[in-house]
Design a protein around this ligand. Sequence first.
Ligand code: HEC
Length: 112
Amino acid sequence: MKKVQQIAAVALVCAACSAPRLAAPTQSQADAVAGRFPGVTLAQLELGKRTYVGECQTCHKLYKPAALSESEWNEIVPEMVVKANKKAGKVVVDPQQQEAIVRYLVAARTQP
Ligand code: HEC
């Protein structure tokens, strides 16, 4: 029994260390980028984070939002969405989700 618990504990630790800890988006982040992204909502940032975590670590680890500039994210996310959809052989990130990912990353880097 003890051994089983130890194995479970190790598995948990490794699941946590494989990706940066990404905080949940906040309303104050949505407010901070409302000027850049008219109509942005907290729900959209949440969709962006969910899609980023769900679809963007099949080939490499997740990058921290602060790792790239806003213009780099704007450029790279669409390129990566093409890769993700190609690899899956179907649309796993649609245009709305793509926009949500960009908005989430920019909001999270603007107000970490
Ligand atoms: C099919 C594999 C694959 C998937 C899925 C994928 N990537 Fe990538 N990613 C790569 C490869 C390969 C590179 C290395 C350089 C390149 O091709 O630009 C990379 C590089 C990157 C970089 C670093 C670029 C730089 O210039 O430093 C970022 C950031 C990134 N990916 C973000 C994402 C995001 C966001 C998603 C989800 C939409 C994603 N990736 C999904 C394969 C993938």
